[in-house]
Design a protein around this ligand. Structure first.
Ligand SMILES: *[C@@H]1O[C@H](CO)[C@@H](O)[C@H](O)[C@H]1NC(C)=O
Ligand SMILES: *[C@@H]1O[C@H](CO)[C@@H](O)[C@H](O)[C@H]1NC(C)=O
Ligand SMILES: *[C@@H]1O[C@H](CO)[C@@H](O)[C@H](O)[C@H]1NC(C)=O
Ligand SMILES: *[C@@H]1O[C@H](CO)[C@@H](O)[C@H](O)[C@H]1NC(C)=O
Ligand SMILES: *[C@@H]1O[C@H](CO)[C@@H](O)[C@H](O)[C@H]1NC(C)=O
Ligand SMILES: *[C@@H]1O[C@H](CO)[C@@H](O)[C@H](O)[C@H]1NC(C)=O
Ligand SMILES: *[C@@H]1O[C@H](CO)[C@@H](O)[C@H](O)[C@H]1NC(C)=O
Ligand SMILES: *[C@@H]1O[C@H](CO)[C@@H](O)[C@H](O)[C@H]1NC(C)=O
Ligand SMILES: *[C@@H]1O[C@H](CO)[C@@H](O)[C@H](O)[C@H]1NC(C)=O
Ligand SMILES: *[C@@H]1O[C@H](CO)[C@@H](O)[C@H](O)[C@H]1NC(C)=O
Length: 394
């Protein structure tokens, strides 16, 4: 405006000096406009701890010791990185006061996160990817994604997210709620899980990739896989599986799209119980690198490949093993008791003289005592003496 008025008052005489001044004014004007643009566009919408990029639609607030989600995030944000902060509690309605309709990806990895309340992620209707890895979750509300009957979430990363393995029950409750119908990727690896609740995967009809590697799962016979109609890849590597039973094999076989099953690095026990699994393994082509699946016990079978096992050579411990063990322990107990008894009798025999003396002593003591008692009885029974004592009372 300043530039305009000067410009307006000045006649357009093209002298050399005038031209220089005009250029200067133009430059000033441009500078003004530019700084104005900068002021309105950038800092207003970007929280102090963050870096915002409108072209990439990304906001990064990384390793800033934030304890809560910053407010006034720009509306254009599609990818929000809040990794490496100290957001311990994600409270109800964190995103509800200013909903981010565009947000697709939210990364909360490495935040010491302990609790995620109901509706913590409400107000994010387009959220597809949520990374909660490397946290210490104790509580993850089944209503974390709000009341909607279905969430848009497609990828959920819970790798090394749980405070301890017992929190798998909390995760199961969320997954079973029936609101994650669009979930395609689920990562539960590195959580020290020892079991999977029976119905944990029952409401995930679109799940394609399931990763539970590097846990301590000892068996799969209780978990139902029937609901995973779209499952393509299932990583069970680095667990404590000893054998897959028929009930599990039948379920795996029935999943129409499953084509990558990872069973490596498990302590398979190659006794007669593994026969069904070996037969299945020989025929199946679901299992990745199946030749590299090795027995880890018994010792003589160690490192043998499961698919090349000779089934007739598989031994089983005697089924009566426990019973015989119990019997031998009873026999042992009997022998010990008998020995103690014999020693006792021997001691008695060797001390027979002393014992005889001791018995006589006791007998004498008894007799003395009895005599004393008898004497007192006689005194009490004397009517004269009784009379005397009653008189003295009066
Ligand atoms: C975060 O906190 C740690 C320890 O308290 C400190 O060393 C570090 O400098 C802090 N980082 C920032 C970005 O404030
Ligand atoms: C989230 O951040 C962590 C740590 O920077 C990174 O390893 C991970 O790949 C990110 N996840 C997503 C989905 O971008
Ligand atoms: C969700 O439902 C609860 C009770 O069922 C209610 O208190 C809450 O306000 C609802 N939230 C929204 C966002 O509708
Ligand atoms: C789930 O996915 C389908 C197909 O991709 C989509 O039409 C639907 O809107 C999604 N549901 C939600 C709640 O986003
Ligand atoms: C797991 O954490 C809970 C607290 O949420 C605690 O009560 C429980 O004892 C812990 N379990 C183990 C095995 O440490
Ligand atoms: C396996 O998970 C544990 C935590 O449960 C972690 O400490 C360890 O580094 C993981 N191992 C690998 C190879 O990722
Ligand atoms: C497995 O299921 C059986 C019976 O269905 C039950 O007794 C047992 O406690 C379950 N085990 C686990 C680890 O859930
Ligand atoms: C199976 O998973 C383990 C991790 O548990 C990984 O190291 C290995 O490369 C995977 N095997 C295949 C064939 O992908
Ligand atoms: C497992 O299934 C196979 C084939 O269906 C059958 O031959 C075998 O007897 C079954 N094993 C057990 C322990 O039921
Ligand atoms: C099996 O392989 C491991 C590691 O490769 C080795 O330490 C062990 O001695 C092998 N056992 C046998 C019986 O060959």
């Amino acid at each position: 405006m300043l530039g305009c008025s000067i410009w307006g008052s000045a006649p357009p005489t093209p002298t050399r000096e005038r031209k220089g001044a005009e250029w200067l004014e133009l430059l000033l004007l441009l500078l003004l406009i530019f700084s104005g643009w900068v002021l309105t566009q950038q800092p207003v919408n970007c929280p102090r701890a963050c870096e915002c990029s409108e072209t990439a639609r990304t906001v990064k607030c990384i390793n800033k010791n934030l304890t809560e989600v910053p407010q006034n995030l720009p509306q254009y944000v599609q990818n929000l990185f809040l990794t490496g902060n100290r957001i311990r509690h994600l409270v109800s309605g964190t995103f509800l006061s200013e909903p981010h309709l565009e947000l697709i990806s939210l990364n909360l990895s490495g935040n010491l996160l302990e609790t995620v309340d109901a509706e913590a992620f409400a107000g994010l209707p387009g959220l597809k990817r949520l990374d909660l890895s490397d946290n210490a979750l104790v509580w993850l509300s089944p209503r974390a994604f709000g009341n909607a009957s279905s969430s848009s979430l497609e990828e959920l990363n819970l790798r090394n997210s749980l405070y301890n393995a017992s929190q798998v029950a909390v995760v199961a409750e969320l997954l079973q709620k029936g609101t994650l119908l669009n979930l395609t990727h689920l990562d539960l690896s590195n959580n020290n899980l020892v079991y999977l609740p029976t119905s944990i995967f029952s409401m995930l009809p679109n799940l394609r990739q399931l990763d539970v590697h590097n846990n301590s799962l000892v068996g799969l016979h209780n978990v139902s896989l029937w609901g995973l109609r779209q499952l393509q890849s299932f990583n069970l590597g680095d667990n404590s599986l000893k054998c897959l039973r028929n009930s599990t094999l039948v379920q795996l076989h029935s999943l129409p799209w499953l084509s990558r099953l990872n069973l490596s690095h498990n302590p398979w026990v190659c006794d007669c119980n593994i026969e069904d699994m070996v037969n299945w393994l020989k025929e199946s082509n679901l299992v990745e690198a199946k030749g590299s699946i090795k027995c880890s016990s018994p010792e003589e079978m160690q490192n043998s490949s499961l698919v090349s096992l000779d089934l007739s050579g598989l031994n089983c411990p005697e089924p009566t093993d426990d019973l015989t063990q119990l019997q031998t322990s009873y026999v042992f107990l009997g022998i010990v008791l008998a020995l103690i008894g014999a020693i006792f009798l021997l001691v008695l025999y060797l001390n027979r003289k002393g014992i005889k003396k001791w018995i006589y002593n006791i007998r004498d003591a008894c007799r003395d005592h009895m005599e004393g008692y008898h004497y007192r009885y006689e005194i009490n029974a004397d009517p004269r003496l009784t009379h005397l004592s009653s008189n003295s009372d009066v």
